[in-house]
Write a protein that binds this ligand. Structure first.
Ligand code: SF4
Ligand code: MG
Length: 347
């Protein structure tokens, strides 16, 4: 499939008097048309900031400090570097919603409590499509039906507080997809929901993707969700890409010790905060604060295979294991074989 989005060496920094936090520190990410790329990692790894950078939605004092975000909604359109657009300008506003939709973790926080579901949906439609009020209303009802909301005509008059968390997330998806974007960015869209509702929302997103051919960038900390929905997976750690591959490559032949550690922690990874804490305990040590980024490989303070004098001093090389399968780690040579120093590490 053709490429919709190509992020190259993206840097997004938060600058304050205390210093510079490199939340995103040289990320590459490619999204082919119609495919789902999951970005996975612990909280603070930069996955949300990467997602928000695409649409120039990084909150101050954060800002894109370098790199390219090349976007082309269809093969007959021209490429646009979204990283160069004014965050408050016309051009990025046209892209948001019309070309790229976005849903967030907290549907209640994204919807206005003061307006009905219908008003918010109609407003999103009229922002981008040249329709009459009546036509927009009809399209809004059709959107609610499409995302599986029962009695959509009646629900148009509901306020967000009258709906369950799952229904609110369906409304957010209806809004995000109301102008048929080529890409949906979903940042932990099911994390705040119970397990049953989470499964239904994932099914809905897969169905909608089948119907529309849209691509998805799906941000999650949950490898169970990744297994459900991903075509490709990018594993992030401290603002960098540790590993990228197809979902099969990541689950069957993980190369980076961080990916391997995440996979070992899967059985404890479903749902609640309590389980989340158990999972974090499963990987030895704490994620360093991004302001005190370790030299060399960012994972070396927690890695069981750290090569002393190498991993803590030199940036790891980018190693290619397959056409899409890449990892940044000192354990491998350029042919993707374990080096002498890396021997003994489980590959
Ligand atoms: Fe571990 Fe070294 Fe590989 Fe980093 S580069 S993941 S510290 S072995
Ligand atoms: Mg996040």
């Amino acid at each position: 499939p053709s490429t919709l989005l190509r992020i190259t060496d993206l840097h997004t920094h938060f600058t304050s008097r205390e210093g510079v936090v490199r939340a995103v520190d040289g990320v590459d990410l490619t999204v082919p048309k119609g495919r789902t790329v999951c970005v996975v990692g612990e909280s603070g790894c930069g996955k949300s900031v990467t997602a928000r950078s695409i649409l120039q939605l990084v909150d101050r004092p954060g800002a894109i400090a370098g790199g390219r975000i090349d976007w082309r909604p269809s093969t007959d359109a021209a490429w646009t570097d979204l990283a160069k657009l004014d965050p408050r300008g016309e051009e990025i506003r046209r892209v948001r919603g019309a070309e790229i939709g976005m849903v967030f973790q907290e549907p209640m926080a994204s919807l206005s409590p003061m307006y009905t579901v219908g008003d918010q949906l109609v407003e999103a439609i009229l922002l981008h499509l040249p329709l009459s009020k009546e036509e927009a209303h009809e399209r809004a009802v059709a959107q609610l039906r499409r995302v599986g909301i029962p009695q959509p005509e009646r629900r148009m008059d509901a306020y967000p507080f009258q709906l369950s968390g799952g229904m609110c997330q369906r409304v957010m998806i209806a809004i995000a997809l109301s102008c048929d974007p080529a890409l949906l960015i979903a940042d932990e869209p099911t994390t705040a929901l119970d397990v049953t509702t989470q499964a239904r929302i994932l099914d809905l997103l897969k169905d909608l993707q089948d119907q529309t051919g849209m691509a998805m960038v799906f941000i999650t900390h949950d490898l169970g969700v990744v297994a459900e929905i991903a075509d490709e997976v990018t594993v992030m750690y401290l603002g960098k890409v540790a590993e990228h591959g197809t979902v099969r490559e990541i689950f069957d032949e993980p190369k980076h010790p961080y990916t391997q550690a995440l996979l070992r922690s899967i059985p404890t990874m479903r749902g609640s905060d309590r389980l989340e804490r158990q999972r974090l305990a499963a990987i030895r040590g704490m994620v360093p604060h991004p302001q005190n980024r370790p030299a060399g490989c960012p994972f070396h303070t927690r890695c069981d295979h750290v090569i002393a004098g190498v991993c803590d001093k030199q940036d790891p090389p980018l190693v290619r294991f397959g056409s899409e399968h890449l990892a940044q780690c000192h354990l491998y040579d350029q042919q993707g074989e374990l080096t002498a120093a890396g021997a003994g590490a489980p590959a």
